[in-house]
Design a protein around this ligand. Structure first.
Ligand code: LRH
Ligand code: MN
Length: 433
């Protein structure tokens, strides 16, 4: 068993020569395409995607949760685990928190001071806070069974607003810069919800949260087409998200969770629409085959992930004013070591970003102007088919990370070490986190 740093050093030493060879080969290939490989390494080095605190443990499904060895039990342990991911992949220097799952304690280990100290120690910051009014907490006066921020009973809405204001206060103490609101509010049967009045209540509640935002913060609202409501969801698609964001306030923007769309919806086109409307706040990256499966990013539809980044990089290069989407993972890990899934997912998102920077945009614009569909797709596929692994690995190594993060992680024995230190959690139970 060795420290992560030792494992990285040893494993990198064994892979260095191969990386140098692959890098030189790719460099020659890209030179022929008039592409400077060093410019892409700089893009890869600057890329950032935040890790969800709720992603370092076993997520569970509605049927069951099969916790793995060494599950983190506290926020401090979740920070340790996120620190391991960051020390290996070097593109994840921030975490998103979920309240009350990550609520600081009043004093002692786990209080605000100890959390800030541990974040500093692990080279991490807090990206976005996430509220939770989709579950009832022990001792909670009013239930969210029939909704939260859009509930017909004002007292329930007030309770949900107060919870969000508490998230802002905790986030301010921990140095966060945004707040994300996803609610499961909706109905299971026709007639259960008054569609227009529910949106009126939603906007009113979000305006109260927007009014309390700390300086410089952004408020992200997250749409979802269904689940846990199975007939109508109040904030069910990007269009209503955009319109509500406009009504809520100028710091309210739309967050796109890739798993929150009906099958075959063209998500990259939605991203382009929100960019054009200056309404794109950020992303929850994951992948899915059927529903909101929260699988590892790029594991099922890597070409879609690339096409989403093709829109994002196009906007980045065009220098669209105020374009600064927050990139975050939002996944649920049930059959893998969560840290390995987070490392691989962060690398897949970085890969799509770097590949999107390989698109010959002048040639693409010409093909589009000439309605040359074959040429246009060839240009995108040429970028997508380029294996940029040597670029991503070089960027990691230059930042002190691993050439092969999963191999170095396994060689470090970290999982066995925390399994021996953290008591095995009670098995069974269902529901996420
Ligand atoms: C809802 C969601 C939302 C979260 C939760 C953990 O499906 O995507 O972002 O708060 O997952
Ligand atoms: Mn999400």
């Amino acid at each position: 068993m060795s420290t992560i740093a030792d494992a990285v050093e040893r494993d990198n030493a064994a892979r260095r020569a191969t990386l140098d060879e692959d890098y030189a080969h790719l460099e020659r290939q890209l030179e022929r395409r008039h592409v400077d490989i060093e410019a892409l390494v700089a893009r890869a080095t600057a890329f950032r995607v935040a890790i969800p605190s709720w992603g370092v443990g076993t997520g569970g499904t509605r049927f069951a949760r099969f916790p793995g060895p060494g599950e983190p039990r506290t926020l401090l342990e979740k920070i340790d685990d996120c620190g391991v991911v960051q020390s290996l992949v070097r593109v994840t220097p921030a975490m998103s928190l979920h309240i009350p799952w990550d609520k600081p304690r009043e004093s002692g280990p786990g209080d605000v001071a100890s959390i800030r100290a541990r974040l500093l120690e692990r080279g991490l910051a807090i990206e976005s806070m996430n509220s939770n009014t989709f579950q009832d907490q022990p001792g909670q006066p009013l239930s969210y069974k029939f909704g939260s921020l859009t509930h017909t009973n004002f007292a329930v809405r007030r309770q949900a607003i107060e919870h969000n204001l508490e998230c802002l206060a905790i986030g301010r103490d921990l140095g966060a810069s945004s707040h994300t609101v996803w609610i499961g509010d909706g109905g299971n049967f026709p007639g259960q919800i008054h569609f227009r009045h529910a949106i009126d209540r939603y906007v009113e509640s979000l305006q109260a949260i927007h009014a309390a935002l700390p300086d410089g913060w952004r408020l992200f609202i997250e749409h979802k087409c269904y689940e846990p409501a199975f007939y109508s969801t109040v904030l069910n698609d990007w269009g209503i998200s955009y319109l509500c964001a406009r009504e809520v306030g100028d710091r309210c923007l739309s967050l796109v969770d890739l798993g929150h769309h009906a099958p075959n919806v063209n998500i990259e086109q939605i991203v382009a629409q929100l960019i054009r409307l200056r309404a794109l706040g950020g992303f929850h990256f994951n992948d899915s085959k059927f529903g909101d499966d929260d699988l590892d990013s790029g594991s099922i539809k890597p070409f879609q992930l690339f096409l989403v980044f093709n829109e994002l990089v196009d906007a980045e290069l065009e220098g669209i004013p105020g374009f600064a989407p927050a990139y975050m993972l939002d996944q649920s890990h049930n059959v893998t070591d969560p840290l390995e899934s987070l490392m691989v997912s962060a690398m897949e998102v970085a890969r799509a970003y770097v590949q999107a920077h390989l698109v010959d945009r002048a040639a693409l614009a010409e093909a589009q102007a000439n309605n040359d569909a074959v040429r246009a797709l060839q240009i995108l596929k040429a970028a997508f088919r380029t294996d940029v692994s040597p670029i991503l690995a070089a960027a990691r190594v230059r930042e002190g990370g691993a050439i092969d993060p999963v191999a170095a992680y396994r060689a470090s024995g970290y999982r066995a070490r925390v399994a021996s230190q953290r008591p095995a959690p009670a098995t069974g139970g269902s529901g996420i986190v």
